[in-house]
Design a protein around this ligand. Structure first.
Ligand SMILES: [Zn+2]
Length: 259
């Protein structure tokens, strides 16, 4: 399957005419799916449009494999492949520098139309991660990508939690390199927390200081939403996230050797 996917993606990004050679039925369907993925992701996810052509090919390929590895559940909204593609693309954005990207601890992704109740009545959630799966409000997913200025992106936030879970709970799929690199994170948390308590100010929103897990998820949201501002205001945090995620959103060309 990987060979066929590679062939179709190369064809999609080829400068030559798409119909230069006839395709089989399976190839035609796959080409159509990949074209739709490419169209929808470039429309909604600005990160994708900053990538080079080989990186875009890798991004689409990973999105397709990630999506195939999950079961999507639509609770109170119509099932749409574009939702599955975009949610998968958010995970691929986060893990783009890493070798293991499928977050295989999580098989199920639940999509709700809007904020939802969970556990305690009255408390509304826009996303959460539990051993049962990854949960997202579709309305807030879209808002996360529409507005970069607020440093809020619920999909990136929940995928950051999922990535941590995947490496520290799911030992079968844990990436030893990631686990070692992640040890850098508590080193930046202590000084950032001390600075926030002393000055009552932080570039990160106050929810980041709930605990170290939320500090990780909020920092990663900000890392992708406003990388330049994070680098200027909290450079140590910025470089530690670059090291853990093996990517720098401000660098023009990312590492293209990892597939
Ligand atoms: Zn969180």
């Amino acid at each position: 399957m990987a060979g066929l996917v590679n062939k179709i993606i190369r064809k999609l990004f080829s400068k030559r005419k798409l119909k230069s050679e006839p395709l089989g039925q399976e190839e035609e369907i796959l080409l159509h799916t990949m074209m739709e993925y490419s169209r929808i992701i470039s429309q909604y996810i600005p990160y994708f449009n900053t990538l080079s052509s080989p990186e875009k090919q890798r991004f689409i390929k990973r999105t397709w494999f990630f999506r195939r590895s999950k079961i999507f559940h639509y609770i109170g909204l119509e099932e749409k492949e574009e939702i599955a593609a975009l949610v998968s693309a958010a995970a691929v954005q986060l893990t783009f520098g890493l070798r293991r990207y499928k977050l295989s601890y999580f098989k199920h992704i639940y999509i709700m139309p809007d904020a939802y109740q969970f556990e305690k009545p009255g408390d509304l959630y826009i996303g959460h991660v539990s051993p049962k799966g990854i949960y997202l409000s579709w309305k807030h997913f879209l808002q996360g990508y529409e507005n970069a200025a607020d440093n809020v992106n619920v999909a990136i936030h929940e995928m950051a939690h999922a990535l941590e879970y995947n490496n520290f709970i799911n030992h079968a799929d844990a990436d030893p390199k990631f686990r070692v690199d992640f040890q850098l994170f508590p080193v930046v948390y202590g000084p950032a927390l001390a600075h926030m308590i002393t000055t009552k100010r932080s570039y990160l929103r106050s929810y980041a200081y709930t605990n170290i897990r939320e500090f990780w998820a909020v920092s990663v949201e900000t890392f992708f939403e406003n990388p330049a501002a994070l680098k200027t205001t909290m450079p140590k945090l910025y470089y530690v996230i670059c090291e853990i995620l093996k990517q720098d959103p401000l660098a023009l060309h990312r590492n293209t050797t990892i597939v």
